[in-house]
Ligand binder design. Structure first.
Ligand code: SAH
Length: 348
């Protein structure tokens, strides 16, 4: 990074109001990412100290009506064993997670047509009744405003829905015609208005992505002002149309994490499973570049191999909720500490 860029970074650090050119120069590869990571870590420590929030991730269905070109659980994939967890199975996962110290449960899945509002509201109400001191996060894709409202009233407090890419033409190259960026954005604004803590985000290095698309992602997030921002490298899955496209890089993902921390000092930013998959120490490196959330897998061990969003997805090491002690050691070794807390966003 040149002196010029370093000044720009500091400016950004102070004002969080960088120009397009300044952001593009930060997105571009540089030999001196260390400065960027140091600044991001500094900002993260100002807002969150060394706290790392843990969320228990329950991948409760891999059945999906959508056919996103990048995703391994797309409906067009016939080489996958489909599953849908029952309400008692989901509650048992939460029970185990609670015992392990988790106070947020994230229910993530495909857009499973059987998971109607009635079904989902029953599941959410049951978790809410049993774990009143926990946050319930849903990540079940695009639904109607009415549906989001019912789920909120049933007890869900947070919702994760990545916009994936904020450029409509790029969006159309990653998704079939039946899906649109416009509807995705409508969902995000509905969720916010209803009162959910909202998480959005994008894949890094997805096919056809350029730095200008990443800039559009940052600008969209500035308008949305989400509580959580999840990003991870695109990773190819062998049974998708993007099987032969190269994976997103560790370096660019870390750089984007650091930029996000500088632009959104109080956001919750996870070091994602995809980051842990692309490099054995991906998640520690993510924490050092500004991330402050880790979401270990709480799904039943026998089902994990079927939630194949991408190839080689890790699921039994420290990212496994059952290995909490191991994960905590790794977080401590990276210079942070895992905390048992509901982990709400801390607005300054
Ligand atoms: N159906 C839900 C959950 C999708 S899976 C929804 O639509 O929100 C969660 C995230 O995994 C997606 O938002 C996407 O960004 C990411 N993902 C899917 N396929 C991927 C791939 N091949 N590489 C990297 N990330 C992927």
């Amino acid at each position: 990074m040149s002196n010029q860029n370093f000044l720009t970074t500091q400016e950004l650090f102070v004002t969080q109001d960088a120009s397009d050119d300044a952001l593009l120069s930060l997105i571009a590869p540089t030999q001196e990412d260390t400065i960027l990571f140091t600044l991001a870590d500094h900002v993260r420590r100002q807002h969150y100290g060394t706290d790392v929030f843990l969320r228990g991730l329950i991948e409760f269905t891999n059945i999906c009506k959508n056919n996103c070109y990048y995703c391994g659980i797309r409906c067009g994939n016939k080489h996958i064993t489909r599953y849908r967890m029952t309400e008692p199975e989901i509650l048992a996962c939460c029970e185990e997670g609670y015992t392990l110290g988790f106070r947020t449960f994230v229910l993530q899945g495909g857009e499973d047509p059987e998971n109607t509002d009635d079904v989902m509201c029953r599941i959410v109400s049951a978790i809410r009744a049993r774990f009143p001191d926990c946050a319930i996060t849903l990540s079940i894709g695009e639904r109607s405003r009415e549906s989001y409202l019912r789920l909120f009233r049933a007890g869900a407090n947070r919702y994760l829905l990545r916009h994936e890419t904020a450029d409509p033409i790029h969006y159309a190259r990653l998704h079939p015609h039946s899906m649109s960026l416009e509807n995705r954005k409508r969902c995000l604004y509905d969720l916010k208005e209803i009162g959910y803590q909202v998480g959005s985000g994008f894949m890094v290095g997805s096919p056809f992505q350029t730095p200008v698309h990443l800039l559009a992602d940052l600008r969209f997030l500035q308008r949305l002002q989400p509580d959580m921002i999840g990003i991870g490298p695109f990773l190819s899955q062998k049974d998708t149309p993007f099987a032969d496209y190269p994976n997103g890089s560790l370096a660019l993902t870390l750089r984007m994490l650091a930029i996000l921390r500088l632009m959104f000092p109080d956001a919750l930013i996870p070091a994602t499973t995809a980051l842990g998959t692309v490099h054995p120490e991906g998640r520690e490196l993510g924490l050092k570049a500004g991330a402050n959330v880790v979401m270990p897998n709480l799904s039943p061990m026998r089902l994990r191999k079927h939630y194949t969003l991408y190839d080689h997805k890790i699921s039994t090491g420290e990212e496994s909720a059952q290995s909490r002690a191991l994960l905590e050691q790794r977080i401590i070794a990276a210079g942070y500490r895992a905390i048992t807390d509901i982990g709400d966003v801390r607005r300054s």
